[in-house]
Design a protein around this ligand. Structure first.
Ligand code: PGA
Length: 245
């Protein structure tokens, strides 16, 4: 895993957007897994600016969701898909027909997970997976422990993940379960980009850098990936002013 330490969230946004842009310039119909969360917001802002300026070729870009709350309809504004549409897809001109979504409110969510994976395979596989890291080391909603073969599936959210997402639910209870792209799908991406920003992530970044790959820290399994890059800002980088949480 390559490590790129940048100064601040703005540099992180630029560096991450550069990698997305490179992938799209090489392959305009690239299939890119995109995350929700605070960390990628700056990258989306930068990509939207580049798109608005005519510098980012998104006309054929394809996107796959990383995760979704179980039982929440895609048109529910609290769905992760709704968030993604408002923050990234709409402003980047990526239409819904180019998005592989989870049918998280389908009567049989396990079948919906299989349909997601089948759609990813049918699309030729993932060219780039952009990922945030949870404070517990999760990728998507692959909570620890999640091994490299963990499939796309229904998961119970950890208390930590539910607390981290409470801000998006304005007083409503955060769903207890979700669907997530499996570790196998994420690790199968041709290229992976992991982003970590802010002092709250310094401890998990320290573990990621220090520990051997293990299901107990799902993000660490990216160390076995042939083309993974970790971009971390100084606040999240242990020893560079990070470490205080
Ligand atoms: P964050 O979430 O970007 O909002 O910190 C990342 C994650 O929990 O995967």
């Amino acid at each position: 895993m390559r490590l790129l330490v940048v100064r601040d969230p703005d540099e992180l946004a630029t560096a991450a957007a550069d990698i997305v842009q490179e992938v799209l310039e090489r392959r305009p119909d690239a299939l890119i897994v995109l995350p929700t969360g605070n960390t990628p917001l700056g990258m989306y802002g930068e990509l939207v600016r580049r798109h608005a300026g005519g510098h980012l070729p998104t006309a054929r870009m394809r996107v796959a969701q990383l995760d979704e709350y179980l039982g929440v309809a895609a048109d529910d504004p609290q769905s992760l898909f709704g968030w993604m549409q408002r923050s990234a897809l709409g402003p980047m001109g990526v239409t819904s027909d180019r998005v592989i979504r989870f049918a998280a409110d389908a009567p049989d969510p396990t079948a919906a997970c299989r349909a997601y994976d089948a759609a990813v395979i049918e699309a030729g596989g993932v060219d780039l997976a952009v990922l945030g890291i949870g404070r517990n080391g999760h990728l998507g909603f692959n909570e620890p422990p999640s091994g490299p073969d963990a499939p796309t599936r229904v998961v119970e959210l950890s208390a930590e993940s539910r607390a981290a997402n409470a801000a998006y639910w304005s007083g409503d209870a955060v769903p207890e379960r979700a669907v997530t792209a499996g570790m196998s799908t994420i690790l199968g991406a041709r290229k992976a980009l992991l982003l970590a920003s802010g002092s709250a992530k310094a401890e998990v970044v320290r573990r990621l850098l220090d520990e051997d790959p293990s299901p107990d820290l799902p993000a660490s399994l990216l160390k076995h990936h042939p083309d993974a890059t970790l971009i971390v800002d100084q606040a999240a980088y242990p020893g560079e002013g990070g470490g205080e949480t």
